[in-house]
Design a protein around this ligand. Structure first.
Ligand code: GTP
Length: 598
């Protein structure tokens, strides 16, 4: 394929601004899919993605488009995820493109994620085609938002296209803009092969399928390839392009986007961001920007039925084949028994993994409150990383603790500045900058501990601003903080899975709130159950779950049997997500109570 007639692009947008709808329209107008297929929203492959209304995994589709100049162009649409948990995947998808369509909802305007993705696109020198979507909405203000795009992003408002992906308005104009405004790729055919992996998935028959963008050189079917980051070699069992189904091709040349079936057994060997080259004639240098997936948030996963441990292990093994960012290792909890400590990119990733384990593998799981990874400097000079509060060394052995700190950007109408400042202060955040986009909207930047972002920050931000504020974040580094471990004792026994790390200034208040919550969450037992919060040996709060007055079944004695059975079933239902800890039953909610301490 002549590179002059190739265009590689992505669509960047804030969640719900219409990326998926627009992608489907482009596929439909170019005849890549029929309009019936469009309704199935091809690009959102995973069921969960569709249900949650978010795009998680980047995919690629090749379209053929006959432009007004009479030439037929090969357009490769590389879909990139829209959630902050997946910023690294976004950056790799963008690295595979020359251009990006920026979709902005004409009724909503620019949001935090929009801006974050535009910056990423600019970092990769992409040509951006701004598009106002949803101009059919009665609340649309295309003039105002086009002005905003000019003011904030510096793109002339005359270049902003107006579309309705839903109604199919302005779609051809977008295709023409892709051809006219975006540059073709500039690869060298005679150079050693370098292809960027921007996504991958595991296929039971063909092994790992790597989604690649060729930069230089040519890959032919059957060639032996080398993955430069992981130093793994593999055979090219098949290669081709997605149109939209997998369509085999004899070769992928410079500038082309497609797939390689590698036969590899796990996506861990074939990671996003790695460079593919030929084993027989390797490139001198891999592409920049490769970064092995790094989990940021950790939680314990335990089967509710302890005999399901092996099933859980097998399920995690299988999920991991397809998810390089998922980390896990066996963990034993005095309270919960055998389980796994799992690492995730963020809370959304954690939610997705849990749901898949439960739905696809039929497991009933108990999950502990998420934690971050602390760097603990011991008095003897050793540094240990701790991602489970119950593993925190004894106070006397600790010289200092550092925690991960995020840089966050919040976009908000100005009327909410006060409440956001208040929220951030409560979360130990530090103000950095405030920029007015226009008289009504500002961009606020803060540094804030990840541990605080993980705990209900997003929900609170949304509820305090009626959903108007949007959030983006990235890791800014590690920072020392005065942290202590807060232990929870149930019936006099410390429950390791309920321990948490808190800032010293907030630990007392957290302890009090937590035991109060637990009192309400832990059901009454046959005996009185004290619930205590402790820092070291010092009890800082106490509540009591009163004993059950009577056996609930006693009132059924002599009564009819169906009523009794119903009651038993109801009890069983209630027991579903319970774990016996010592002689006390603790429900799932108790382990998550930490997530809503305010
Ligand atoms: P994520 O996958 O979460 O990133 O969302 P998205 O950006 O892909 O948005 P999606 O295409 O799923 O659209 C979000 C909602 O907006 C859906 O209910 C669409 O039907 C609707 N929508 C998309 N485009 C238009 C449009 O042009 N006009 C109107 N009125 N609604 C639209």
């Amino acid at each position: 394929q002549d590179q002059q007639r190739i265009r590689n692009f992505s669509i960047i947008a804030h969640i719900d601004h219409g990326k998926t709808t627009l992608s489907d329209r482009l596929l439909e107008v170019t005849g890549t899919i029929s309009s019936r297929e469009r309704r199935d929203q091809l690009l959102d492959g995973l069921d969960l993605e569709r249900e949650k209304g978010i795009t998680i995994k980047a995919k690629a589709v090749r379209m053929a488009y006959r432009a007004n100049d009479g030439e037929t162009y090969e357009l490769n649409l590389i879909d990139c995820p829209g959630h902050v948990d997946f910023t690294y995947e976004v950056s790799r998808a963008l690295a595979a493109c020359e251009g990006a369509i920026l979709v902005v909802d004409a009724a909503q305007g620019i949001e935090a994620q929009t801006l974050a993705n535009v910056y990423l696109a600019l970092e990769h020198d992409l040509t951006i085609v701004p598009v106002l979507n949803k101009i059919d909405l009665p609340g649309a203000e295309p003039k105002m938002v086009a002005q905003e795009i000019e003011d904030v992003l510096g793109m002339p408002k005359e270049e902003v296209l107006h579309t309705s992906a839903k109604a199919g308005i302005g779609i051809t104009e977008i295709l023409e803009a892709i051809v006219e405004r975006m540059p073709p790729p500039k690869g060298q055919r005679d150079q050693p092969l370098r292809a960027l992996i921007f996504d991958s998935h595991y296929d039971a028959y063909k092994g790992v399928i790597a989604y690649v963008r060729v930069l230089d050189g040519v890959l032919t079917s059957g060639a032996r390839i080398l993955l430069m980051g992981t130093q793994v070699e593999a055979d090219t069992l098949e290669l081709g392009a997605f149109r939209p189904g997998m369509t085999p091709l004899p070769e992928l040349g410079p500038g082309e986007v497609g797939y390689i079936a590698t036969g590899l057994k796990s996506v861990v060997d074939c990671q996003v961001g790695d460079t593919v080259t030929l084993a027989s004639r390797p490139a001198a240098m891999p592409m920049e920007g490769y970064r092995p997936a790094k989990p940021m948030v950790f939680a314990g996963l335990y089967p509710v039925e302890s005999n399901a441990y092996i099933d859980l292990r097998e399920a995690l093994e299988k999920l991991k084949l397809n998810d390089a960012a998922l980390a896990y290792q066996p963990e034993t909890s005095a309270a919960l028994g055998f389980g796994f400590r799992c690492g995730f990119l963020g809370l959304l990733h954690m939610e997705i993994v849990r749901e898949r384990l439960e739905r696809e593998y039929n497991l009933e799981l108990l999950i502990t409150a998420p934690s971050v990874e602390y760097q603990v400097l011991l008095t003897d000079g050793e540094v240990v990383t701790v991602d489970n509060p119950s593993d925190m060394p004894e106070v006397v052995r600790i010289a200092s603790i550092e925690e991960p700190v995020m840089q966050i950007s919040v976009f908000t109408p100005t009327r909410y500045i006060g409440t956001i400042m208040d929220l951030v202060t409560n979360k130990r955040g530090a103000f950095e900058t405030m920029d007015y986009l226009d008289p009504q909207r500002v961009l606020l930047k803060y540094k804030i501990p990840l541990a605080e972002v993980v705990i209900d920050f997003y929900d609170q931000l949304k509820s305090r601003t009626q959903g108007y504020a949007s959030l983006d974040y990235s890791l800014a580094g590690y920072q020392e903080a005065d942290l202590v471990k807060l232990d929870i004792l149930v019936n006099g026994t410390p429950v390791d899975a309920l321990s948490l790390i808190a800032h010293r200034d907030f630990a007392f208040a957290n302890g009090r709130t937590l035991v109060e919550k637990l009192r309400k969450l832990i059901p009454r037992q046959m005996f009185e159950v004290p619930i205590q919060a402790a820092i070291g040996n010092k009890i800082v709060a106490r509540e009591t779950v009163k004993a059950m007055r009577k056996d609930v079944l006693s009132k059924c004695y002599g009564g009819d049997i169906t009523r009794k059975r119903k009651l038993l079933e109801k009890q069983k239902e209630g027991k579903k997500r319970m774990k016996m800890v010592g002689s006390v039953e603790i429900p799932q909610e108790a382990f998550m109570a930490i997530l809503s301490l305010n």
